[in-house]
Design a protein around this ligand. Structure first.
Ligand SMILES: NC(=O)c1ccc[n+]([C@@H]2O[C@H](COP(=O)([O-])OP(=O)(O)OC[C@H]3O[C@@H](n4cnc5c(N)ncnc54)[C@H](OP(=O)(O)O)[C@@H]3O)[C@@H](O)[C@H]2O)c1
Length: 289
């Protein structure tokens, strides 16, 4: 059995990845307490002992506001931590899959979708961290896949991590009785976490390099939330729950969508965001009509 080490192993993505593949691979999923990636010696020790064929480096602080407010902590984890992992992979011959983000494009003025050829201009600490890590890792390792995720979505599952996402945040607002403000000028790819998990494993069979990965999406954030509410059978309540935020991004639309044409050529394809949301709501039987 091939071995996979998951850093950030208890998070939203990795905790579900572990469940899905635990019988097909020998997986070591380490949380922050077991492996803090800022501890270089520990990183080397874990990789030396486990000798993974693959390392999926998912550990990060991915909360934009926190990173902006705490740039030193963010860099230590998101950049220096990634470098520690890459150096250990180099020493012990593990292939590294580094999870980066659409957020590397969040300062670009032109509209997406962006291809891997476009030059990213991140304007948040988180986006800057990920781009810096990408560059440093490429200098350290040849056996490296950098995959830039679109925004993941999914629901809370028993004993699994959860991160802020369009579907969970919508449901949380409904439960709390809060209104949802969504801009018709914001565009992002949004990918069902389980679709990402089905597809990401295929990356081990494609050439090393940088890839954009995830669902494509033609809908604005406002239209996505509307679609969620309608798929949940809450059409009659849409006007009460959802507010079209006409001011946000009006003068400069936010568009961090990724073109996934490159990875499609290797047979890695996703549902659209619209289709994926319908699928997820169906799988969790969340239609209340
Ligand atoms: N979710 C998305 O939409 C999305 C989109 C693009 C890219 N990504 C990237 O995908 C990866 C996984 O994201 P996710 O959504 O699964 O995020 P997540 O749930 O926040 O998982 C990241 C994990 O890293 C851990 N971590 C934080 N600092 C650490 C440290 N010093 N050492 C070791 N582990 C540490 C966190 O532990 P604590 O929670 O205990 O701090 C958390 O469990 C991240 O690299 C993220 O940047 C995610």
């Amino acid at each position: 059995m091939k071995k996979i080490l998951l850093t950030g192993g208890l998070g939203f993505f990795c905790s579900r990845f572990f469940e899905r593949y635990k019988n097909e691979y020998e997986i070591l999923a380490v949380g922050k307490d077991e492996l803090n990636i800022t501890d270089k010696e520990k990183v080397f020790e874990v990789i030396e002992n486990f000798k993974p064929n693959y390392v999926i480096h998912a550990a990060a602080i991915a909360v934009t506001d926190f990173c902006n407010k705490n740039p030193e902590i963010a860099r230590k984890i998101n950049v220096e931590g990634a470098v520690n992992v890459a150096k250990a992979c180099k020493k012990y011959n593990s292939k590294l899959l580094f999870i980066s983000t659409e957020q590397v494009f969040n300062g670009n003025k032109e509209l997406g979708p962006y291809s891997e050829e476009d030059i990213p201009i991140p304007n948040t600490v988180y986006g800057q961290n990920k781009l810096e890590a990408e560059k440093l890792l490429k200098d350290i390792l040849d056996e490296l896949w950098i995959v830039r995720f679109t925004w993941l979505f999914g629901l809370s599952d028993r004993n699994k991590g959860i991160a802020s996402n369009i579907l969970w945040d919508t449901i949380t607002s409904i439960i709390k009785g809060e209104k949802i403000y969504a801009s018709p000028y914001e565009f992002r790819g949004m990918t069902y976490v389980y679709d990402m998990i089905e597809n990401i494993i295929k990356v081990f069979n494609i050439p090393y390099g940088t890839y954009h990965i995830g669902s494509t999406n033609d809908m604005s954030r406002y239209d996505v939330v509307k679609h969620i509410l309608s798929e949940m059978g809450l059409e009659e309540r849409i006007d009460k729950i959802l507010v079209k935020d006409e001011q946000k991004y009006k003068d400069a639309p936010r568009d961090v969508r990724l073109s996934t044409e490159k990875i499609k050529k290797y047979g890695i394809e996703f549902l659209t965001t619209k289709e994926a949301i319908s699928k997820c709501i169906k799988e969790y039987k969340l239609n209340f009509k």
